[in-house]
Design a binder for this molecule. Structure first.
Ligand SMILES: [Mg+2]
Length: 384
């Protein structure tokens, strides 16, 4: 069966967020990154700035020479991070199979969501609409049978693009593009290919693999497959394999221990439920705190036995929290996560410790949540 892969990529992300938040910047060449006379580089440029040749990763001083009337803005990573989480949350409503590539970019495997939400193009349209409705920003989306083609597609009609590549059209669409568009072909390989008179992807498509190998060696098979639009790398869902976490930003920075602990408990419940859902247990528990001044710290503890139990997560996270001095520095964000994930030994683990009741309760709560949604159940204030 063909896969349906989406690549979602926000347009000029940092610059777009700044323009969104300051209408005076609309239509201006906005350059987010280092100052015009500083060492350091451009992190993002609005499309107006790009017309002057400004692009990300370029030295800011070069950008200033190209576009002296550009509006240089320092990045506000906390703000972009918050918008990024908003976007990833939207994506998660369409499929759990998400691979975030960077703060503003992700792959989605929607093969399993097709019946539910319509075909891949319909899902792509809904994602674009939802992102725009919730954040006021535009994304470009590529729809294709694999990751390489999806990423290529999202880049073809920026900004606010929606491009579909299919098994039927892929070879044709790839043929006229420069070899540098092939995944993994950097400056060095590009030069090498050009020396062999291979300038477009079509040039590679037409060459027998054996001949290509004679010219460029071991990378031949791989490049030839890519040139034909073949790529079998799966969408690697990070959260499912590496860690499961939850975090919360308070509306107002707080030093109120009761409020902080209440939030922590809710997060432990969420993490516990997701660990059980993914059928994994965490050996390591980590606590994340961000202070009012945006300093962020992470504390972790590895357990003798892996756990899926929210009360055990809460106990450990609570200890980690107690070791920090939060009385003076108020808390902006708190988060808890389980990592070092292993197969659970649920029955033995919980039951041996005489926690049968707790395991049953957790299971019952999970079932109710599944039926009623995550907001349906929150524990009372068993916390001091
Ligand atoms: Mg982007």
């Amino acid at each position: 069966m063909n896969h349906a892969i989406l690549h979602v990529d926000m347009d000029a992300f940092y610059a777009s967020v700044e323009v969104r938040d300051n209408p005076a910047l609309v239509g201006q060449p906005v350059i987010v990154g280092a100052g015009p006379h500083d060492r350091g580089v451009v992190a993002a440029a609005s499309y107006e700035a790009r017309r002057y040749g400004v692009h990300s990763a370029m030295p800011a001083r070069t950008a200033y020479q190209l576009c002296p009337h550009g509006i240089f803005i320092r990045p506000d990573m906390a703000k972009y991070g918050a918008v990024s989480r908003q976007i990833m949350t939207i994506l998660e409503t369409f499929t759990p199979a998400i691979e975030p590539v960077s703060i503003d970019e992700a792959f989605l495997d929607v093969t399993g969501s097709l019946g539910l939400y319509g075909d891949a193009l319909t899902i792509a349209k809904r994602i674009k609409a939802e992102i725009h409705a919730q954040t006021g920003l535009t994304a470009s989306v590529g729809v294709a049978p694999n990751k390489f083609l999806a990423k290529l597609a999202s880049d073809l009609n920026k900004p606010d693009g929606l491009t579909v590549l299919t098994e039927e059209t892929k070879v044709q669409v790839l043929a006229p593009l420069p070899v540098a568009k092939l995944w993994g072909v950097g400056k060095v390989t590009e030069r090498r290919l050009q020396q062999h008179n291979l300038r477009t992807i079509g040039d590679i498509q037409r060459l027998p693999v054996a001949e290509l190998r004679r010219r460029i060696g071991n990378a031949a098979e791989h490049l030839h497959a890519l040139a034909l639009g073949e790529d079998d790398r799966p969408v690697a869902t990070d959260t499912a394999t590496k860690s499961i976490s939850s975090e919360h930003t308070f509306d107002v920075d707080t030093a109120d221990m009761a409020q902080i602990k209440k939030s922590l408990l809710a997060q432990c419940e969420e993490v516990g439920a997701r660990l059980r859902q993914e059928k994994v247990a965490a050996r390591t528990v980590q606590l994340k705190l961000r202070h009012a001044d945006f300093t962020t710290l992470t504390r972790r503890r590895t357990l003798p036995q892996p756990t899926q139990d929210e009360m055990q997560l809460y106990e450990v996270a609570g200890h980690l929290l107690a070791a920090e001095n939060i009385a003076e520095k108020r808390i902006r964000l708190i988060g808890v996560g389980g990592s070092n994930l292993v197969a659970p030994v649920i029955q033995d683990d919980l039951f041996d410790r005489g926690d049968e009741k707790r395991a049953r309760l957790a299971k019952a709560v999970d079932e109710l949540r599944d039926k009623l949604g995550p907001e349906a159940i929150q524990r009372g204030s068993a916390i001091t």
